[in-house]
Structure formats: C-alpha cells, structure tokens
Design a protein around this ligand. Structure first.
Ligand code: IVH
Length: 683
C-alpha cells in the first residue's frame, strides 16, 4: 500500500476544515460565507482526493454525510447519565406554584429582595431528544433517549444531519462532551415532504415531530440524509476534562462556540412574571417560527441553584415545560357534506363531534377532495385525529382504524350536484369533482356573486354572504347583472332589511359601478385569474374591447401567463355568453376609470381611497393625484365614510371639516409622500 502523500494530506485536511466551517455557517448560523457553487467545488475536490485513495476517508469527512450501508438493527447504547424528562405546567397558576416551590427550597429571603430566581427561557422544540457524544472534538456516537437509561445507536443517521458538527470547532472544548438536544424537522421541510408523499400516493406524516421520528428511525441512513432534519442543542450530559461555567446560559453559549446550533429565541427572564411574559410574547409569534414548538421550557440559570434543587423521580426540580394547548385531538367524524364552490368544485367538508383543539372549538374540517378521502381511508363514524396548527383550517390527519365501528359508512362522491341536481364530473387529470350546472346552480351563482361583490373585486359595501344567499334563494338575482336591476322595494322582502338599509345597499351598488378594469376582471372570477393577473391584463389591454378580442398568442406572450392560463382567459372572453354578460354590465353602467389602471405601476395603495383638498405646498393636486393613481389608489372628489385619507393643504374648507367629522385620517403633503416612500422636496 502506498503511503498517502504529505501534500495531498494537508490539502485534504484543509478542505475538510473549510467545508466543515462553511457547513457551520450555512446550517447553524444561517449565514453562508460563500456561494453554493463554491461549496460544491470544494466538496468535489475533496471527493476526488478521497476516491483516489479511499483509505483517507474518515467518518468526520463532510463527504460522509450522505448515509452509510443499511443496518440490520440498531445497537443499544447505555447513557452515561440518565436522560430525564420535564414536568409540565398548563397555566399561569402552575408556573407560579413552580416558582414558589423553588423559592422555598432555595430558602430565598423575601426581605432582602433576593426572592427572585433567574431562568433561561427556551422554546420547547417538538422533535426527538438526542444525545451526541464527542471525544477529543470528534463525534463518536448519537443515541436516542430510549427509556432514559438506554437508547438506540443512531450514529449513522445523526451524521447525515448538517447542523450537527462531525468535529467541534476550535480546541478549547472538553475532552469528553455529551451534548443533548432536539432533532426536528422545520415546517417547510415537513410540508414539502408531505406534498411529495401525497403526490406519490403515499401516507403523509401527521406532524413534524412524527416526520422527524420516522426519518430518524431508518435503518437505511440514506433515507435520513434525504429528509432535511435539523438539531438544536439545549444542555450537556456527561463531561470530562473541563471546568463548566457557572450558568446554563453561559454553557449554551459555549456549545454554540464549539459549533452546535442553539436556539436564538432563548432569553434570560426573572421570576414567574418574566416567564409568563415570555410565554405570552412567544405565543403570538409561534406561527411565524420556522419550526414547531409545543411549549416553553424554563430552567433555573445558576448551576449552583440547580444542584441545590436536585431531582424528583425522573425530572429535575429546576426546570418546567409550560405547554401550549394541544394542536391535535381525537374526535368522531359524524358526516360529510359536499359544498359547491364558485367554479362548481365539490369540496367534502367533515362534520365532527365538536372538540377543543389549538385553542378553539372545532366542528368542521376540510377534506379537500375524494383523493384525500381515499388516501386517509376515512369512513363516517371513524375516530379521527384532527389537527389545527396556527390559523390554518383544521384538517383530518389520521384515522384511528382500531376504533372503527362496525357500521362505519363509506364516503361516496354524489353523482349529482347536491344543490342543483346537475351531473357531477371529474375531468381527466383533475382531482376535483365539479357540478356541471354552471350559473344554473344556485350554489355556483351565490359563490360567484360573493366573489364579484367582495372587497378586492367590485367592493359592494354591505352586500354580505347572508344577503346574497337570500337574493339568490328568493330569485331576486339570477345573474350578476340582476344586481344592478334591484330596487329598494325588492329588498324589503328580505329578512332583516329595513327601508333605510335597503336604500343604503342600492346606493352602495350604484357607487361600486365606478371601478377600475383590473378589479372588474378579477370580479369576473375567471379560473386561475387572481388579482395579480387581473392587474396585468388591465395594464396590457387598457380596455374591455381589447381583452375581448385578444388572441391566445397575445395572452401567452404576457409575462407569467402560461399556456393553461392563457387558454382559460381566452376561452372565457371568447365565449359568447360571457361577452354578452360583460356588454350587459357595461350597459347597466359599470364604468372603468381608465387612467387609474393605465397608470398604476404598483398596487401598493390598492383599495385605498384618497380625497385631495386645499393648496399643497410643493405640488399641484393633479401632480399628487398622479402619484397616488400610479400606486393603485383611487382618488375621489368627495369625502365619505369610505375615504381612507384626506390629503389637505392650505385653506382647506368643507372637505376637511367633513373628514374630521367622519374620523377620516388627515395627511399633509409630506405625510402623503411618506406613505408612498417619496421624500419631500427640499423647502
Ligand atoms: S430540557 C432534564 N430543553 O422536551 C431536562 N428539553 O421532557 C431535559 N425538549 O423530549 C430536557 N426542547 O427532548 C429541554 N429546550 C429544551 C427542549 C426540551 C425540547 C424536549 C426534550 C424531551 C422533552 C422534555
């Protein structure tokens, strides 16, 4: 065997060290120092050297993170110190009780002002606990918690996790160091993994914790390598050859210096009050975090106090987990209704036995479509796990098949629309079933009117969902154009509609006629045409006639319009009934203020109504109007309740008085410009 050449050895060592450092910058600090392509180049350079001489390959080489040969089973590893668990608090009282017990045990004296304990607050990551064992800076093994005494050897899997250092940074670390922390799957990785599973018709994971556990429990570490796991260190276990700092907080910072990821939300807080404040503040930001947390852990900061407090059964007395309300609950699927949407799509909606989850009582959950129902294998009467994370619509994530009653009923797609009785079809290549009734179907009509009247569309003030339901049910409105034919007398027939509110609604419908082209196009509810595309069409075609006569090619030439969307738009505008509908609306007085649309360069001020009055110090009102219109704002001649801002200059008169009376916000020229991020001209 040839001895490795000294030169390539130093190059090899330097490549490994550089790659490890870049890895740390990227995965732990979230702050890459070099572009990805450069990292790839260094990585390939190392691979080439190692391939030429495989005996140079060491387990700490960055090339070894891709996973190793599959195992037959996991070995057992006995923890040098047991891995404990935490006691829980579920409300402020529990936390105050915890603090009182600490104060008593520590015999802190209330009279000397010492009666306050310092805690470190850390988000409680929802993943899998892990123990990482380093000797002379080298990762020797990683183990699960197991029963607390003995865990499983998951070293091969742990090595694939990029935020776990294979070697510690620097040289000032303990000779023997056991780090404890949580392996977790960030929300984005979880969503991507599930989306991939669903596409392949595979089972999705219930939550990021299960996904992390499932990914870690792989005998084939190549699967783990493919799963975007992360690690966050939260304490140390066994150490040797090092004098520990005096606080937990300093210890965590040491871990960070040695290359381990620690949570950047952690903070020092004082007393139960400080803990509660931290809990409240993180609760409000919980949804914005990139990972799931199921509570906050509070730990006594001073190691000396920790030692005084000691342990009770399997938990330290010096720490507690203040848990958030559960995001998953078990309930029963009572029935499934099919709701018909604006485009005729039939959406199955689960009716559940009401259950308190994620902080609210939930009795409905979406089931998306028949594919989802089949994938879950859910039946009526089943016990189901529902999940409500943040503000997301609750969903059924799993069926507890063991609890299935004998009479559980299959969920069948209706053959005819439950609302209008038209045939239901599933188009080739689509997952959704649709009612073919179009606007004959009251459900589709209701939904399209709701969309038409909505704020971002025609913005008809006061025409809410309940009212639209009634208008359609009483057949006062059979199509959108009928809205403009309504008279106050017709409305008197409706529930909870007094003469005054009827008049007001007619007035609002009248006012809404004056709109811009983009809002009108959006209001038409063309499939896949959202606000942005509507603005794009309005800007490019300037008026309705141009859009009606646009060819498919012209549409496809627009930025961000693909062939499918172009086809949708083209089919919509070339259909005779739609052309008639649009012409009719125009005849009934729907009016576009073309200037706004033509000149709008952004939609920063979209939906905001400005009124200008008085003499502005540095520009004419027309100049101000132009600037506002360019940003998608509406500029109106008179102040009303709908006015967002009045821009007032010198000798403003009645408009200013009216605006003040209505509580409309008043801006001067400088403030209006600041709203548009334009600095005022020098005076
Ligand atoms: S300390 C002796 N800190 O929560 C105390 N645990 O029972 C050991 N966890 O599965 C745990 N984030 O893995 C601690 N910042 C944190 C944590 C944390 C998550 C997990 C831990 C264990 C459970 C506690």
């Amino acid at each position: 065997m040839n001895e490795p050449e000294v030169e390539s050895l130093t190059l090899l060592e330097s490549l490994k060290a550089r790659l490890n450092q870049h890895n740390y910058n990227y995965y732990v600090l979230d702050d890459p120092a070099i572009p990805d392509v450069e990292y790839d180049r260094l990585f390939r350079q190392l691979q080439v050297i190692e391939q030429k001489d495989p005996q140079l390959i060491t387990t700490d080489s960055p090339t070894q993170r891709v996973g190793a040969a599959p195992l037959a089973k996991f070995k057992q590893i006995k923890h040098k110190l047991p891995m404990l668990s935490l006691s829980n608090a579920f409300n402020d009282e529990d936390l105050k009780g915890f603090e009182n017990r600490l104060l008593d045990r520590l015999k802190l004296d209330n009279n000397t002002g010492e009666r306050v304990v310092e805690f470190v607050a850390e988000p409680k990551l929802d993943g899998v606990a892990v123990s990482l064992f380093y000797e002379n800076g080298l990762l020797i093994y990683g183990a699960t918690r197991g029963d607390g005494e003995t865990g499983e050897d998951i070293t091969q899997n742990v090595r694939t996790i990029k935020s776990i250092p294979l070697t510690l940074i620097g040289n000032n670390y303990p000779k023997v160091l056991e780090v404890r922390g949580e392996i977790f799957m960030p929300k984005a990785a979880f969503n991507a993994l599930n989306a991939r599973a669903i596409k392949r018709d595979e089972k999705a994971f219930v939550n990021p914790r299960n996904a992390a556990a499932g990914s870690l429990r792989q005998l084939d570490s190549k699967v783990t390598a493919d799963r975007s796991l992360s690690m966050c260190a939260y304490s140390i276990g066994f150490t040797e050859g090092y004098e520990l700092p005096s606080t937990h907080y300093e210890m965590l910072n040491k871990l960070s210096v040695w290359g381990l990821a620690i949570n950047n939300e952690m903070a020092i807080v004082k007393g139960a009050e400080g803990c509660i404040q931290y809990y409240r503040s993180l609760t409000t930001r919980r949804n914005d975090l990139k990972y799931e947390i199921d509570g906050i852990v509070f730990k006594v900061n001073a190691f000396s106090q920790q030692a005084d407090l000691g342990f009770v059964s399997r938990s330290p007395r010096w720490a507690i987990a203040y848990k958030f309300p559960a995001q998953e609950e078990l309930t029963i699927l009572k029935s499934v209704d099919f709701q018909v949407g604006r485009t005729g799509a039939l959406t199955p909606v689960a009716r559940l036995q009401p259950v308190f989850v994620g902080g609210v009582t939930v009795s409905n959950a979406t089931l998306h479509n028949m594919d989802e129902i089949n994938r879950l294998g859910v039946r009526i009467g089943d016990a189901v796990i529902i999940r409500r994370a943040g503000d997301v619509i609750p969903k059924i994530v799993k069926v507890v098949v063991e609890n299935r009653p004998d009479d559980a009923g299959r969920i069948e797609l209706p053959e005819i629309c439950p609302v209008c009785g038209s045939a239901v079809v599933i188009l080739v290549g689509e997952a959704v079933a649709r009612c073919t009734g179009a606007l004959v179907c009251p459900a589709q009509l209701k939904e399209s009117i709701k969309h038409y009247a909505s704020r971002k569309a025609m913005d008809i003030d006061g025409l809410g969902d309940k009212l639209i339901d009634q208008l359609v049910e009483k057949e006062l409105v059979r199509n959108i154009a009928d809205l403009y034919r309504l008279r106050a007398n017709d409305l008197a027939l409706l529930e909870r509609m007094a003469e005054k509110s009827a008049k007001k609604l007619i007035q609002a419908i009248e006012v809404s006629k004056e709109t811009n082209l983009a809002k009108f196009i959006f209001a038409l509810g063309i499939r896949e045409v959202g606000e942005t595309t509507a603005v794009l069409l309005a800007k490019n075609f300037e008026n309705v006639e141009n859009i009606l006569s646009a060819s498919k090619d012209t549409l496809e030439d627009l930025p961000d319009v693909g062939p499918i969307m172009a086809n949708n738009i083209y089919s919509f505008f070339s259909a005779e009934e739609n052309q008639e509908k649009i012409n009719e609306l125009v005849k009934l007085g729907v009016l576009f203020t073309p200037v706004e649309t033509n000149n709008a360069q952004t939609n920063d001020l979209g939906g905001q109504i400005f009124v200008l009055t008085g003499a502005l110090p540095n520009m004419s009102r027309d100049e101000m109007k132009k600037l506002l219109l360019e940003r998608g704002a509406k500029v109106s001649g008179s102040v009303s309740k709908k006015t967002t801002y009045l821009v007032a200059g010198e000798s403003a008169g009645s408009k200013l008085l009216k605006a003040k009376g209505l509580g409309v916000e008043i801006l001067n020229e400088e403030q209006a410009l600041a709203l548009m991020h334009i600095s005022s001209p020098e005076m």
